[in-house]
Write a protein that binds this ligand. Structure first.
Ligand code: DX5
Ligand code: ZN
Length: 224
């Protein structure tokens, strides 16, 4: 099932509950929350208190993408705040297996994220442990960047690996996705399509979500 996963990074934070309600009306079922610490990436965004407030404002599943150093120190706090899935950057994890296991034991789905330049070969052994894999299609830190084209080839490789190993984890893609390249991401093998500026920088987040869901569903139907 292909999902359009709006990232609130590009939303208007002063009217966040309204923005979230819009994408929910547009048919989204997962919301992407970008957590940045000013160390792993230069930018700083939100922490557990904001996630807890969002949890009270919506029934959407909350997908926390931790772009932070030492994510093992903070994952539990985000799960306690209401995250349904928590992903950690491969590049920030000294003990990735232990961190993924801890997230799962705490009751959330555990995801591993690769930066554009990190090869998917590093996932070979840990694939059985991760509940989902997020491939960054921009360098993390900001919304509104251009998709790096070679990442689509990484998606195809990972989808092939998934097929060969008879696994079923969702592949998530994040960064630079808009109406024009969405179908290609779906055809490459992505199921969770994160998109920020394409949803929130237009005049109607609800309509944008609905339209992108239709494009994705159409591309997925052609694949079958
Ligand atoms: C970037 C974040 C993304 C970002 C995507 O570091 O991880 O989730 O919000 O935004 P767009 O869709 O504008 O590239
Ligand atoms: Zn993200």
């Amino acid at each position: 099932m292909v999902e359009i996963v709006p990232s609130i990074l590009s939303a208007d934070f002063a009217r966040l509950a309204g923005e979230i309600a819009s994408v929910e009306r547009g048919g989204a079922s997962i919301l992407h929350l970008d957590v940045m610490d000013g160390h792993f990436v230069p930018n700083i965004t939100i922490g557990p208190p904001v996630v807890a407030s969002i949890r009270k404002a919506t029934r959407l599943r909350l997908d926390c993408h931790l772009m932070i150093e030492r994510p093992e120190r903070y994952a539990q706090a985000f799960i306690d705040a209401g995250a349904n899935s928590v992903s950690v950057q491969y590049e920030a994890c000294r003990h990735l297996d232990a961190t993924l296991t801890m997230i799962k034991q705490a009751g959330a789905l555990a995801g591993v994220v690769l930066n554009p330049a990190t090869p998917i070969a590093v996932l070979e052994d840990v694939l059985e442990v991760a509940d989902y894999v997020l491939l960054m299609s921009v360098n993390p830190g900001w919304g509104g960047q251009k998709l790096i084209p070679y990442v689509l080839e990484k998606v195809r490789k990972l989808a092939r690996m998934r097929r060969e190993r008879k696994l079923a984890f969702p592949i998530e893609i994040d960064g630079g996705i808009h109406r024009e390249n969405l179908a290609e991401a779906v055809r490459a093998g992505c199921e969770w399509i994160v998109t920020g500026s394409a949803i929130f920088h237009g005049s109607d987040a609800e309509a944008a979500t609905r339209e992108m869901r239709e494009i994705a569903a159409h591309a997925a139907a052609l694949e079958c």
